[in-house]
Design a binder for this molecule. Sequence first.
Ligand SMILES: [Zn+2]
Ligand SMILES: [Zn+2]
Length: 161
Amino acid sequence: MPGRSRLAFDAFGYNIAGGAVLRIGASNVTKNETAHSGGCLCGGVRYRIRGALRGVIACHCAQCRRTSGHYAAMTSAPSANVELTAAGPLRWYKSSDTAERGFCGVCGGNLFWKQVGRDDISVTAGTLDTPTHITVEQHIFVADKSDYYAINDDLPKQPQW
Ligand SMILES: [Zn+2]
Ligand SMILES: [Zn+2]
């Protein structure tokens, strides 16, 4: 694993198990939970998530615009429930003093957002394998959205978050 990626994991307290399977946090599986899987376009980064996913938040902030190319649709799960099953090309970009964004260094897929001090990890909903069984629930940072599109649904819209 490249040093930069490993450093980023360590900085956020991720537990690197080594070998083929990398776990984010301790695995804490309970029964009767749904499982989701997903990954980037090239398949170099793959993940599994145990348990329920949060509804999708569409973030229109400038950082999500520039990393996603439009706006970012993010679900979320406790870090302990997220397992990286392939992570070779995963890179982390420190996008602010308090957050990092995980992406694929090969295909550019925008995968994760992780904030310092939070025990959950945001995952771009578009990278989930379908069916996802989740839906968009709100828009955030609508005050920062670009000017080429309108938000035409009736979902809650927060100026920020
Ligand atoms: Zn990729
Ligand atoms: Zn954002």
